[in-house]
Design a binder for this molecule. Structure first.
Ligand code: NAP
Ligand code: ZN
Length: 347
């Protein structure tokens, strides 16, 4: 057992604070990673504040992990000491169900093991990447291509794959009009990725405050959803809308922006239920869908795509003692566009 420094939440209402946690000994198929950087995802905030379901504390959040392999188990073949690697939202799955067999481990029918807040195969609660080291089974460790710096690679492990997967699944590409609702951590990655895939990209943000950034990131158009004219001007326009908003939105208003056969896919995961009128779907044969991160094979594909297209996240690097401030700024939609923790500040 290895005791490592971390930052943990001890309740839904207390600020996160320095802590130590134990990592398991490296087993034959395990990789021990020296965590260099970890992104702050809005899911970390929903989770530690007990918004989704009952949480067992203390919890160390963090599922956008980038680091260097420090030790490998005796039977590890995929990774070697010194490799640049990443870990996303999952650290294990059953490997046997029909979804795992398809490489869609995020939809494991027995429930995958999340990077934090799950019971691992060793019977202990998993703890995430706001820490200096992590031990993960080799199949759930991704290779970070040389062309992407580790700090800007970290957010790809969640924000990147969560937007790449639906864009890819619903065929974002040349001739397709894609809108992204919310220009935060996921939203800014969706813009970069959809642009690189060749789609015509529109940002739908609450205001025009981030317009210049949106266009620089690859958007062709930028509209404020606070302006009612936006919904009139863009009615019936988009083949695909990716909703990254962390709060409840008026789905009917956004569904009206879909073209015939268009799909609105929700990746945002607010705690409150969303409602819609079926007429928003019937009129225009529209679909409303959801999508959860992406499988391991697709995550590697996304990392390789990002390297090929010179894509990393736009980040603000912070020391560990700024994590609580960063949470407040994310909640105020004041993030440009992902906070990343420099884990050397944990020691
Ligand atoms: P984020 O950085 O906070 O971005 C969310 C953006 O939504 C904000 O920047 C803001 O953009 C917009 N927004 C926030 N509150 C709003 C409101 N009340 N009305 C309208 N727009 C609002 O969060 P994130 O890390 O990208 O995560 C977004 C959501 O995705 C979270 O719910 C998270 O849990 C979820 N998530 C899901 C998956 C999955 O697998 N499905 C994976 C990761 C995260 P503007 O300022 O541009 O309007
Ligand atoms: Zn996430």
């Amino acid at each position: 057992m290895l005791t490592v420094n971390a930052y943990a939440a001890t309740s839904a209402t207390e600020p996160l604070a320095p802590a130590t946690i134990d990592r398991r000994d490296v087993g034959p198929h395990d990789v021990r990673i020296e965590v260099k950087y970890c992104g702050i995802c809005h899911s970390d905030i929903h989770y530690v504040r007990n918004e989704w379901y009952e949480v067992t504390y203390p919890v160390v959040p963090g599922h956008e992990i980038a680091g260097i392999v420090a030790e490998v188990g005796s039977e590890v073949t995929k990774h070697a000491v010194g490799d640049r690697v990443g870990v996303g939202c999952m650290v294990d799955s059953c490997g046997e169900c029909v979804n795992c067999q398809k490489g869609e481990e995020q939809y494991c029918l027995k429930g995958n093991t999340l990077t934090y807040g799950s019971i691992g195969k060793d019977g202990r609660l998993t703890q995430g990447g706001y820490s200096t080291q992590i031990v993960v089974t080799e199949d759930f460790v991704l290779k970070i291509p040389q062309d992407i710096e580790l700090d800007v690679a970290a957010p790809l492990l969640c924000a990147g794959i969560t937007t790449y997967s639906p864009l890819h699944h619903w065929g974002a590409g040349p001739g397709k009009k894609v809108a992204v609702i919310g220009l935060g951590g996921l939203g800014h990655m969706a813009v970069k990725l959809a642009h690189a895939m060749g789609a015509e990209v529109t940002v739908l943000s609450q205001s025009l405050k981030k317009r210049e950034d949106g266009l620089r990131l690859g958007a062709d158009h930028y509209h404020a959803t606070g302006d009612p004219d936006t919904f009139e001007t863009l009615a019936g326009t988009f083949d695909l809308i990716v909703n990254t908003v962390s709060a409840k939105i008026d789905l009917d208003a956004y569904l009206s922006l879909l073209a015939l056969d268009g799909t609105l896919v929700n990746v945002g995961a607010p705690a409150e239920p969303l409602s819609l009128s079926v007429f928003s779907l019937i009129m225009g044969r529209r679909s409303f869908a959801g999508s959860l991160i992406g499988g391991i094979r697709e995550t590697q594909e996304m990392l390789d795509f990002c390297a090929e297209h010179h894509i990393g996240a736009e980040i603000e690097l912070i020391p560990a003692d700024k994590i609580n401030d960063a949470y407040e700024r994310v909640l105020a939609s004041d993030v440009r566009y992902r906070f990343v923790i420099d884990t050397s500040t944990l020691s």
